[in-house]
Ligand binder design. Structure first.
Ligand SMILES: Nc1ncnc2c1ncn2[C@@H]1O[C@H](COP(=O)(O)OP(=O)(O)OP(=O)(O)O)[C@@H](O)[C@H]1O
Ligand SMILES: [Mg+2]
Length: 621
């Protein structure tokens, strides 16, 4: 009985013999009887061998699996009636097959251990074998299903949570090809499985950077509202959400340098001095101390016989302070100094000209310091104690700037442009962040929408926050915690050829993301990026990704960008890249022993990222 079965299977599944072996490429001559599109086996209609299908080559006890990449016909030139009964028989159907892997017991493994020999018999795959080739689950991993095989019987593809989410993932495809949908689906399936586990909430952290507000447009995108923190930042409006950051982040010189677009040679070192200068920082804790500091600065500016010092420096200092010390009553003081504090060119000294033409009080006069500086400063209200941490940074920058100018340590020409920018940048920053040390309400999923954020903040904020998250995680470096940074429209920050950017910024970005992609795995930090332009993204990043979901890609540069790195993708799948329908993608990478074309399964409307293709005519009726 068993033997009969074998004979039957052999006769049905046998398709031909190996006729040539050339490295990974093998040619198989198909039996004349197997040139039909389907074969019937036990009442089932099985797809017969064709391009894109699999073959099993038996070499002794080894089962080698290959994928058909093409077929052609070869004709015997020396046709002789004696050997061939029929003219049809001089034509041979030859398959070009790429070897993919082999069966190790029941388990399919990718790679080549042995090459077939000429005349080895070739077979179609049985259902179990086909399933085994597409079984991407290893070592009792937890499965999630995000799609089905597009071409072969619609079989669901289970992916292992460990192998997928402990890897860097790239999702590429043209606009509208379904990247965001795939991304949302993948994370939705993951969250559905673990969302209510206390340990999942405690140990795993997901940080979505959403440049277009697609994941924040509706409450339940990806997962119900109650499971996630959504921050809709805005630099245009005052009432946008504010992302909590820790105070220390502000005091990082790199943070300040990026925020204020400081130049590398002079402005960045200046910001470093701002951060390390305790003397000024300590004077901001009480109004009395602040007044002492200010009096000293004003006196020092006016009593110096430095002709290089700008004449209006005192008034400029006060005006700059007024703009960052809201609620202070400084107008009288400013007016007073503006009209009465003069510089005597001949004597090279400051003097105070009291109203009504009284005697001039020169700065070297013994009463000058008390009556003209200290008393006047004392009589003024400076609202320093009400300042929050972000304002204080601005104040420290301004104070140190004037301090250095007055003392002649720094050149005004180099630093003045920075001071001009600081105000605007700090103001923008205040609209999008708040200082807070509170944990995020126990929710481990964060969505950061940058839709309404200006272009500068859009670039630096995600970068700074990701870097901070990564550094924190690296420092902790324990086994149980996990961080996943997910960036849709990643070309916004990872593009390699933007000319608007300074070198310093590029370095910083490279350090951050290239490090995450190279080293992150060791610390349990993983990156998922989606982009329309893989060719724009740094090669280092693309080549370090472990798994790829490739949607339709039309531009040749983009195709080449992924081609270089996905060497094991066979030609058939590769050629289909340009014609994949929306929602269909090629899954390739470490997780897939063989690259497969999958249809990403549907999810309920309310969980979809909101980025509908607009039906124009609907609005044009
Ligand atoms: N698997 C799918 N099933 C059903 N609809 C899908 C699927 N994938 C994508 N779509 C639909 O196709 C449209 C475009 O998809 P999506 O927004 O994900 O594309 P995208 O590649 O992210 O585009 P862009 O680059 O412009 O962000 C959406 O309306 C989405 O709902
Ligand atoms: Mg998208």
């Amino acid at each position: 009985m068993k033997n009969n079965e074998h004979v039957l299977e052999d006769s049905i599944f046998n398709i031909g013999k190996v006729v040539s072996v050339d490295g990974r490429v093998v040619s198989i001559e198909v039996n004349k009887l197997k040139n039909t599109s389907h074969v019937l086996y036990k009442g089932d209609l099985l797809k017969n061998i064709s391009v894109g299908g699999y073959v099993k080559i038996i070499k002794g006890f080894t089962k080698i699996i290959g994928k058909v990449k093409g077929e052609y016909i070869s004709e015997d030139k020396k046709f002789s009636k004696k050997v061939y009964g029929n003219a049809k028989q001089k034509v041979h159907r030859i398959l070009d097959v790429n070897l993919l892997g082999f069966f190790n017991g029941k388990q399919f493994e990718r790679g080549i251990k042995e090459l077939p020999l000429i005349d080895n018999e070739c077979f179609l795959l049985k259902k179990e074998e086909f399933d085994q080739v597409h079984n991407f689950l290893r070592n009792s991993d937890d499965p999630i299903v995000i799609g089905r095989l597009a071409f072969e019987k619609g079989q669901a593809i289970s992916l292992g949570v460990n192998s997928l989410f402990a890897s860097h993932i790239g999702i590429f495809g043209n606009t509208g090809s379904g990247k965001s949908y795939t991304l949302a689906k993948m994370y939705r399936e993951l969250f559905l499985k673990y969302k209510d586990n206390a340990n999942f909430k405690k140990n795993a952290k997901f940080f979505f950077v959403d440049f277009n507000g697609e994941y924040a447009a509706a409450d339940d995108v990806i997962i119900e509202k109650k499971y996630k923190n959504v921050y809709r930042l805005s630099t245009g409006r005052e009432d946008g959400d504010k992302f909590p950051i820790q105070q220390e982040l502000l005091y990082e010189p790199t943070f300040l340098a990026l925020l204020t677009e400081a130049t590398e040679k002079t402005q960045t070192p200046f910001l470093q001095r701002v951060v390390s200068n305790r003397y000024i920082a300590d004077k901001l804790n009480s109004e009395e101390d602040f007044k002492t500091l200010l009096s000293d600065m004003i006196y020092s500016a006016t009593s110096k016989d430095d002709r290089n010092l700008e004449k209006g420096v005192v008034v400029n200092l006060l005006e700059d302070l007024r703009s960052c010390l809201s609620g202070s009553q400084m107008n009288d003081l400013i007016l007073d100094y503006k009209s009465k504090l003069q510089f005597h060119s001949a004597q090279g000294k400051y003097y105070y000209q009291p109203a009504g033409g009284g005697t001039k009080i020169f700065s070297d006069h013994e009463t000058f310091k008390t009556s003209i500086v200290c008393d006047k400063v004392s009589a003024t209200t400076f609202n320093v104690t009400a300042l929050d941490v972000i304002d204080k940074i601005e104040l420290r920058i301004i104070l140190l700037y004037y301090d250095e100018i007055i003392k002649g340590y720094s050149n005004k020409d180099y630093l003045a442009p920075l001071i001009k920018r600081v105000k605007k940048k700090v103001n923008d920053l205040k609209k999008v962040v708040k200082i807070s040390n509170e944990p995020n309400g126990g929710k481990n999923i964060t969505i950061l929408s940058l839709k309404d954020v200006n272009i500068h903040m859009r670039k630096i904020l995600p970068m700074l926050l990701c870097k901070k998250l990564y550094d924190d995680k690296k420092e902790k470096n324990n086994d149980e915690t996990y961080l996943n940074i997910i960036i849709d429209e990643a070309h916004n920050i990872l593009s390699k050829n933007s000319e608007r950017e300074s070198e310093q910024w590029k370095d910083y970005r490279l350090e951050t993301f290239e490090e995450i992609v190279k080293e992150g795995r060791k610390f349990g930090v993983f990156l998922t990026i989606a982009s329309q332009r893989p060719s724009d993204i740094s090669d280092t990043i693309i080549s370090q990704l472990h798994n790829y979901f490739l949607h339709r890609l039309i531009n040749n540069n983009d195709i080449m960008a992924v081609e270089k790195t996905i060497s094991f993708l066979d030609k058939v799948s590769f050629d289909s890249l340009a014609i994949l329908p929306t929602g269909t993608c090629i899954l390739a990478g470490l997780i897939a022993q063989v690259p497969v074309v999958i249809d990403v399964s549907h999810m309920d409307k309310k969980y979809e990222p909101n980025n509908k293709t607009r039906p124009l005519t609907k609005y044009w009726q």
